[in-house]
Design a protein around this ligand. Structure first.
Ligand code: SF4
Length: 420
């Protein structure tokens, strides 16, 4: 089948709305504003329901990994909904450029669009490798700088919200604080502020202080749960059936590793590629410099959280590398690769000994470094309590939640035993 190649042109910036999947809601809501300031009108898709999966199944081959099926199904469902003027929309999808199938989602989407009768809709690829260029979309330096800041703020807000919500005395005070900070940060970005090292430090300090000031009841019996897995499934409520909300309803404090860790992992992999296969030493040097720069930002955020509150900051990336190496080679870098294994060890070390590993259908790489590593991780950390949960078009939410409830029952038993 032909693959359509309709370009997103410069003129379309003024006329078209770009529809994009909402993966990590807090981080992406900040990114949307960064793009808006560069002249792009972006709308994050939030449509859900069985028809999203059905449309994914109808227009994407059913061997395809579940995140692709969901993202493409959601886009076609949005186009079918009548909510948009389809002559004035474009679609955006990420393209990793690595060896995994995420590099090819864009082609699956373009094929699906032809089959669904939407072959004239332009598709934008969001990537850092110069793939599938569109004349109307380019990543500029200001966009990169603000985008990076947006991701860092988003990670921090997600982390602090997840450590506050289950203890809050006034319902939704954590969510309200997130919304208020998203508004404040968007205002700063509009005024070309908030993205320098100094400003990120200042804002992070205030964010931490604001979350620390939320009134909390720490006497509540709470189970600490970490979430790891394939990147889309880990963050997106559409993918994991609102896992975070379910855990809050079960009195859990939640930790989900941030997007910064994934960025550092992607950079580290490029350095590893040169070590394994040779290649440009200049590229290696640039990647090392980037790794140092992002590690400086990471250190600053961890210090701000650690010095200004009793919240648990994430671990340093270099610690994740070291602990992952005890279980798996860091040359294992398809999908989430060694990072997924490392994140499980990190969570355990931070006190989140109960871990849900979200496993999408069709994702062989993450089954190997997720479910496939449980035995090894138990040898290393005996009391680690990991439950792999499968997500696929036929899996029911009730089944998934029952398995999680079993894990929580074990966790509660252990908590009571430790108390005695
Ligand atoms: S990591 Fe898994 S879900 Fe993601 S593209 Fe690869 S196979 Fe698909």
């Amino acid at each position: 089948m032909e693959i359509s190649n309709v370009q997103f042109t410069k003129e379309m910036r003024k006329t078209h709305t770009i529809l994009a999947p909402s993966m990590a809601p807090i981080q992406f809501s900040l990114l949307v504003q960064v793009l808006a300031q560069e002249g792009y009108r972006v709308k994050l898709l939030t449509n859900e329901g069985p028809q999203v999966v059905q449309k994914g199944l109808k227009y994407v081959h059913n061997d395809t990994c579940y995140p692709a099926l969901l993202v493409i199904g959601q886009m076609i469902d949005a186009l079918d909904s009548g909510m948009y003027d389809n002559s004035k929309v474009a679609l955006a999808i990420t393209q990793t450029g690595g060896g995994c199938r995420a590099s090819n989602y864009i082609h699956l989407l373009k094929k699906a669009l032809i089959r669904a009768g939407y072959e004239n809709i332009p598709v934008l690829s969001l990537n850092f490798k110069g793939l599938n260029k569109n004349s109307g979309f380019s990543i500029t330096y200001p966009m990169l700088k603000k985008g990076l800041a947006a991701l860092l703020y988003g990670d921090t807000l997600m982390l602090l919200k997840n450590q506050s919500k289950v203890y809050e005395v006034t319902p939704s005070s954590s969510d309200d604080l997130v919304d208020s900070w998203v508004r404040k940060l968007n205002e700063q970005f509009s005024a070309n502020k908030g993205s320098s090292f100094r400003e990120i430090r200042k804002n992070t300090r205030q964010i931490v202080k604001d979350f620390a000031a939320i009134e909390k009841d720490r006497s509540r019996p709470v189970v600490k749960v970490g979430i790891v897995g394939e990147i889309y499934m880990k963050y997106a409520a559409l993918g994991n059936n609102h896992l975070e909300d379910f855990l809050f309803s079960q009195s859990c404090e939640v930790m989900i590793p941030g997007i910064l860790g994934f960025m550092l992992y992607a950079i580290q992999n490029q350095i590893e590629d040169v070590r394994l296969y040779g290649g440009s030493l200049l590229r290696k040097a640039v990647m090392k410099a980037l790794l140092r720069y992002l590690s400086r930002l990471e250190k600053m955020i961890i210090e701000e959280i650690g010095n200004n509150s009793d919240f648990t900051p994430p671990r340093f990336f270099h610690e994740s590398v070291s602990t992952a190496k005890e279980a798996v080679s860091i040359s294992c870098k398809m999908g989430e690769g060694w990072l997924l294994t490392g994140e499980m060890r990190d969570l355990y070390a931070l006190g989140y000994t109960n871990i849900i590993c979200v496993q999408p259908f069709g994702c062989l790489p993450n089954h190997i470094v997720g479910k496939g590593m449980i035995k090894k991780l138990k040898e290393l950390d005996e009391s680690i309590n990991i439950v792999p949960i499968d997500y696929d078009p036929g899996a029911t939410k009730v089944n998934q939640e029952n398995r999680i409830k079993l894990m929580l029952a074990v966790a509660n038993e252990r908590r009571l035993e430790e108390k005695q």
